[in-house]
Write a protein that binds this ligand. Structure first.
Ligand code: MIC
Ligand code: SF4
Length: 644
C-alpha cells in the first residue's frame, strides 16, 4: 500500500490498533522533551511511577520558560530539574541555552523518529522529518517510563507547495495563510503533511516555523519529508550520519489536499487576539506600534535574526519603538555574532535579551497600556502578554523589522530591496550549555526547594455525579484562560495548591473560592474548549478545586487528554443546542456515570435542576474509560503495576 510520510512513521512505531483515522492507536516514543514550566510536574509524576532510568533513546529536560529569578522559586526548580536529569539519565539544557524547540531542531531532531514533548509546540521538530507531538506532562512521564503514547489515528491532510516565496515573504506568512483558511480548530485530529516541489525551497528552520504554528491550527502534528535540504542542515550541525531519506510514496493519498502557491503569497499578520484573525499586512498598515519583538519558538532562528539585522544595516529603529530580540538559542546568538548580525542590531538600537521564551509567555516584555505590540510569536490570546486589554499582532520577522523602522505596521515590501540569507554550511557548534546524561545516576541526590510540593492524591470516579455549574464559558476558551501563565503564576507550577488559586482568574477571579464551596464542580463550555498550550495544570489545578466533569460542544486534543489523565470526565453535547439549557449556578446530575463509562456507553443522560434532560456524548477509548474510573492515569497505572 502506498503511504505518506506520516503513515510511514506511524507504521514503524505502532504497537496497538489499526491505522484507521479516528481509531485509538498506541505508538512507541523514541525521544521526549520537557521544558521547565511543565517539566517539574512531569518529573514528580515520573518519580511517582517508580522507574529507575528513562527508557527512551533520548530524553532532554530544557529550561527556557521560567527565566526570571525574582525569588528562589524558579531557581530552585532549575536545580531540581538538573538533579533529576542527572539522576534519571537525561540531557539537561541549561537556562539561557535556548528555547526547547529551537535547540531540539539543532541538536537532537532525527528524521523518521517519534518525539513526545510536554509543550504544545513540540511539532516544530516535524521540520526535520520527525513525527513530533505535544502532550501533557504525565503522558511524557509515561513515555520516559517506556510506555507507548495513546492517541487517535489522525487524518493526514496534504499541503501541496508549489512555486517559491517572493522577496520579503517568509515561512510565517505560509502558516498565517493556512490559519486564515482553516482557523484555530481546522487541524483538530489531523496531521498536516507538506509535499510538492515548493518544499525544497524551504530550509529546515523555515519548515520548523511552519510546523510550529501547525499547533495553532489545533493539529496533532505537522510533518515535512526528509530530503537533501534536511541532509544539508544535519551536516551543518555535524550530524549528517543521522540523516535518512523520507518521502511519501508516488501514489500516497491524503484525506484532503490544500494547494499553496508560495509565489502568490504576500506578508500576512494575525490581529488581536487570536492567531487565526489573519489579514494581509497591507490591510492594517499604518497603525502605530510601540513594541516589536523577534523571537519565540516560531521565529528565532539564525535566518530570522539575520534578516532583521540586514534590513537594519543602513537604517535605525523608530524613536517610539522598543525593538527587542529574543534569540532562539545560544547557537543562534553565537553564529549571529560571528556573522556580524548582532553588531548591526545593537547599532540600530535593538534590545538584545537572553535566549528563551521570555515575553511569549509573559515572562517580562509586557507592552504599555493601549499600545500595539508586534511579535513574531505563536499566540496572541487576550492578556497573555501580561497587559490587560493588550493588542498583540503576530507576523514574520520581515514585517516586524519594517514596522520597527517606520514606527507603524508596515508591509516590508515598502523597504525596497530585500536582504538575502543563505543557510551556513557549517554552524559554530558549542554544546557546553547541554549536560549529557550520566552512565549511572543512582547516587545523585535530588534537590528539592520548599516550593516543590508533592502531587495531590485523587479519588476514583463515584457511581453518580452531581455537581454545580460553577462556570459557563463560550467558544475557543484557551488554556491561558483556564490556567494563566506569566511571571507571577508560572513559579507556582510545582505547587498545585498555590497555583489552583489562579484558575480562571482572567475570566472570573471568584472561581476558586466558589468551586471550593460547591464541592463537586462541572464546567460548561463551547467549541474547541482548551485550545493552546499543553499545560496539564489546566486540568490538574481545576481537579484539585473539585472539578469532576466538563461539558462542552467540542474539546482541543491535548486538553481533553489531560482532563482524562486527571480524572475529569470530558462530555460533549449530543445536540449542541442543549448548551442553552445549562446555566451557571444550576445543579447537574449524571446518575450512573461510572457504570456508563465502564460499560462502554457512548452517551449519558444529563439532568439539570430546572428539570430538563438531554444527552451528552462520551467519546472515549476503552483505556480512557479505565483511567477515568480510577480517578486518573497515575491511580490507574499504580493499580495495574500492583497486579503484576
Ligand atoms: C505556551 O506557549 O503556552 C507554553 C507555555 O509553551 C505551553 C506550555 C506551558 O504552559 O508550560 C505550551 O505551549 O504547551
Ligand atoms: Fe516558549 Fe512561546 Fe514557544 Fe511556548 S510558544 S514554547 S512560551 S516560545
Amino acid at each position: 500500500m502506498a503511504l505518506n510520510v506520516t503513515e510511514k512513521i506511524i507504521a514503524a512505531h505502532i504497537v496497538e490498533g489499526q491505522m484507521t483515522p479516528g481509531q485509538p492507536i498506541a505508538i512507541k516514543i523514541d525521544q521526549t522533551l520537557t521544558q521547565d514550566a511543565t517539566g517539574t510536574m512531569a518529573y514528580l509524576e515520573f518519580e511517582a511511577i517508580g522507574i529507575d532510568r528513562v527508557k527512551t533513546e533520548l530524553s532532554v529536560s530544557y529550561v527556557d520558560h521560567n527565566l526570571i529569578q525574582s525569588d528562589f522559586r524558579n531557581a530552585d526548580d532549575h536545580r531540581f530539574l538538573q538533579s533529576i536529569a542527572a539522576r534519571y539519565g537525561l540531557y539537561f539544557s541549561k537556562p539561557g541555552n535556548g528555547i526547547c524547540h529551537q535547540v531540539h531542531l539543532e541538536r537532537f531532531a532525527v528524521p523518521g523518529k517519534t518525539l513526545l514533548g510536554s509543550d504544545s509546540h513540540t511539532p516544530t521538530a516535524g521540520g526535520c522529518g520527525m513525527l513530533a507531538i505535544g502532550a501533557g506532562g504525565l503522558d511524557v512521564a509515561m513515555a520516559m517510563a517506556g510506555q507507548p503514547f495513546h492517541l487517535n489515528m489522525p487524518e493526514v491532510i496534504g499541503v501541496h507547495l508549489t512555486g517559491s516565496l517572493s522577496p520579503w515573504v517568509s515561512a510565517k506568512d505560509v502558516i498565517l495563510e493556512l490559519l486564515r483558511q482553516l482557523t484555530v480548530k481546522g487541524g483538530v485530529g489531523k496531521v498536516m503533511e507538506y509535499f510538492g516541489p515548493g518544499v525544497e525551497t524551504l530550509s529546515v528552520t523555515d519548515r520548523g516555523a511552519i510546523a510550529n504554528l501547525g499547533t495553532e491550527l489545533g493539529a496533532t502534528s505537522t510533518v515535512f519529508p526528509s530530503d537533501h535540504v534536511t541532509r544539508a542542515f544535519l551536516k551543518s550541525q555535524a550530524r549528517e550520519d543521522q540523516w535518512v531519506e523520507l518521502k511519501a510514496d508516488e501514489d500516497a493519498s491524503y484525506s484532503r489536499v490544500i494547494e499553496i502557491d508560495l509565489s502568490a503569497l504576500e506578508p500576512m499578520i494575525a490581529c488581536p487576539s487570536s492567531p487565526d484573525n489573519v489579514k494581509k499586512v497591507r490591510e492594517v498598515a499604518g497603525r502605530p506600534v510601540s513594541q516589536v519583538i523577534i523571537g519565540s519558538c516560531a521565529n528565532s532562528s539564525l535566518r530570522d535574526i539575520t534578516v532583521a539585522a540586514k534590513a537594519l544595516e543602513s537604517r535605525q529603529i523608530h524613536k517610539d519603538v522598543s525593538f527587542e530580540i529574543n534569540p532562539g538559542s545560544r547557537q543562534v546568538l553565537e553564529n549571529a555574532d560571528t556573522q556580524g548580525a548582532l553588531k548591526s542590531l545593537i547599532h540600530a538600537g535593538a534590545r538584545i535579551h537572553q535566549c528563551g521564551c521570555l515575553g511569549c509567555i509573559g515572562m517580562g516584555q509586557a507592552p504599555a497600556t493601549d499600545t500595539i505590540s508586534l511579535r513574531t510569536f505563536t499566540r496572541n490570546f487576550p492578556g497573555r502578554s501580561g497587559t490587560k486589554n493588550d493588542q498583540v499582532y503576530l507576523c514574520s520577522p520581515e514585517t516586524a523589522v519594517a514596522s520597527a523602522i517606520k514606527g507603524e505596521i508596515t508591509d516590508p515590501r515598502d523597504l525596497g530591496e530585500a536582504p538575502e540569507f543563505n543557510m551556513p554550511q557549517e554552524f559554530i557548534i558549542n554544546d557546553n550549555g547541554i549536560i549529557p546524561p550520566l552512565e549511572d545516576g543512582k547516587d545523585v541526590e535530588i534537590i528539592r526547594g520548599p516550593n516543590i510540593k508533592p502531587l495531590p492524591e485523587f479519588d476514583p470516579l463515584p457511581e453518580d455525579l452531581t455537581g454545580e455549574v460553577v462556570l459557563k464559558v463560550g467558544d475557543n476558551i484557551t488554556t491561558d484562560h483556564i490556567m494563566p501563565a506569566g511571571s507571577k503564576i508560572l513559579p507556582l507550577r510545582s505547587n498545585v495548591p498555590a497555583i489552583s488559586e489562579y484558575v480562571f482568574s482572567a475570566i472570573d477571579p471568584t472561581f476558586p473560592k466558589r468551586a471550593k464551596e460547591a464541592g463537586t464542580v462541572i464546567i460548561v463550555g463551547g467549541e474547541n474548549y482548551g485550545q493552546g498550550s499543553s499545560r496539564e495544570h489546566a486540568a490538574l489545578a481545576p481537579r484539585y478545586l473539585g472539578v469532576r466533569a466538563k461539558l462542552t460542544k467540542s474539546f482541543a486534543r491535548i486538553h481533553k487528554a489531560n482532563l482524562i489523565n486527571f480524572g475529569i470526565v470530558p462530555l460533549t453535547f449530543e445536540n449542541p443546542e442543549d448548551y442553552d439549557k445549562v446555566s451557571q449556578g444550576q445543579t447537574i446530575s449524571i446518575p450512573g456515570i461510572r457504570k456508563a463509562i465502564l460499560s462502554g456507553a457512548k452517551t449519558v443522560t444529563v439532568k439539570n435542576s430546572d428539570g430538563d434532560t438531554f444527552q451528552a456524548r462520551l467519546d472515549l477509548s476503552q483505556r480512557d474509560r479505565f483511567i477515568l474510573a480510577a480517578g486518573g492515569l497515575l491511580n490507574w497505572v499504580r493499580a495495574e503495576l500492583s497486579k503484576d
